[in-house]
Write a protein that binds this ligand. Sequence first.
Ligand code: NAD
Length: 429
Amino acid sequence: MGKAPTPRAGLPREKEESNAYANALAQFDRAVAKLGLKRGIEQYLRYPKRELSVYFPVKMDNGDIRIFTGYRVHHSTILGPTKGGIRYHQDVTLDEIRALAMWMTWKCALMDIPYGGAKGGVVVDAHTLSRDELERLTRRYATEISVLMNPKGDIPAPDVGTNPQIMAWIMDTYSMNKGYSVPAVVTGKPIEIGGSEGRIEATGRGVITTTIEALKTRNMPVEGSTVAVQGFGNVGSVAAAYAHKVKMNVIATSDITGGVYNPRGLDVPALRTYADASGGVAGFPGADSITNEELLTLKCDVLIPAALENQITSANADQVKCRILAEGANGPTTPDADEILVDRGIFIVPDILCNGGGVTVSYFEWVQGLQSFFWEEEQVNKELDKHMIQAFHQVLAAAEKYHVDNRTAAQVLAIDKVAKALLIRGIFP
Ligand code: NAD
């Protein structure tokens, strides 16, 4: 089991701002200050419920054995089984996974999904592995975390660096050990083995659904509004495609290969085809190149960070020139940056709301898997849009009621729900 959670106080300022768990706790502190919870409850919710660290061997194609580090953290099981993605990235740390698990708890509560929060990760740059190595790593990691993972208790999904194929290997590994197929053990699977219609698109679609609501509340037109998207993976590329479909003007995007910019608008379908074929957006014809830093400070109506945490910090928040910040990624904005953005009147659609479409359709997929009864895409999207729009307006109403920014409002709603469940269950008399 891993070491105790890092407290926020005591870290050097710069290190503290880039520590996702310290940031999650700072956000939590802002929200609970509005709730007046019993101290015991507040303390309890600051910590993960359980953490697993695993160190496991994988045979590489050249015959070498490499030892990899992986984690699975459950933040809360109060509202139901734990749910949360699995990240493959070279910078994964236990603190990052703790933060992502905590945000999942708040996200599920806010989206009215009966799950607690979890997250998993492996410290690996998946781009450096062959397909066979990736499969062996995935099957071994799945076996290692199967002491926690199961369809009734803990259900993983894709996150940065993982995809439906990886979910298929996890489902197969778990099923092999059971002796029968267990589709409900993961979500984000390919349709052929029990995935849901609309799951791949769900997060990006939800990002744009909430962005459209934000534009409406600001009296800004949807058609022609300019959008910049950082990250062109599952979330970013779908958000860009959906924005393009509703006639927003996607002027820039970026990924690890570089960034592209065209003030007249990018041809997003052509860009997706290009990025699929070439491995990234860099060099897309008909666009200028732009750095990741420049993209974040472009003048635009909507900025969608859809890559990693800590992209908007105290170092660049005063240069961000969007009117709406729609957080496709988890934790892209640090608490210090938040204060600057809110002071500058930038409207934030916070991560636990903005990217909540992914877990919402994951929940639909899980329900379909348990019932072996599958829905049409139209039904999935209708239910998804309903959840997103309802949560958006609940957050706005809470921001007004508690006189707080949107992120704090979203967390107040979520934490209050979990705290009430704790009391009802009698965990805190
Ligand atoms: P992904 O691996 O599919 O895509 C990540 C993208 O970000 C890639 O295009 C990558 O090249 C790019 N990227 C990485 N570092 C970058 C950098 N420094 N600058 C610019 N681009 C960079 O991952 P994803 O599933 O799209 O997840 C993106 C974010 O959305 C993460 O924060 C994740 O936790 C969050 N999220 C994902 C889902 C989901 O359903 N996949 C749901 C909710 C939230």
